[in-house]
Write a protein that binds this ligand. Structure first.
Ligand code: ZN
Ligand code: ZN
Length: 98
């Protein structure tokens, strides 16, 4: 009985890397791996290799890896996700504000 429509539904999942139980805001399909917050951030960090994505303009804000609560896409936000409130990819963030 889900009366609170403000709550995002979270699905139980198991991290493909460390095996820890975690929760994700999308239904795990089984054909792609799901990672816990720690492993996700670790992998993003490794893949990126400190390249930066803005083209090196000075004064870039520090960005944190996050998962969009609406579509489940990997994204980055300019604040550290606390896990208590949802974060959104750029597209859904804009949509939410309008
Ligand atoms: Zn993990
Ligand atoms: Zn999104």
């Amino acid at each position: 009985l889900n009366q609170d429509f403000g709550e995002r539904q979270m699905f139980d999942a198991t991290c493909s890397k460390c095996g820890n139980a975690t929760q994700v805001p999308f239904q795990p399909s089984g054909d792609r791996p799901v990672y816990c917050r720690d492993c996700f951030q670790q992998m993003r960090g490794e893949k990126r290799g400190g390249g930066g994505f803005g083209g090196g303009a000075g004064g870039d804000r520090q960005m944190y890896d996050a998962v969009c609560a609406t579509c489940g896409a990997a994204t980055q936000v300019p604040f550290k996700p606390s896990g208590e409130r949802p974060v959104y990819c750029r597209e859904h963030y804009k949509r939410d504000r309008n």
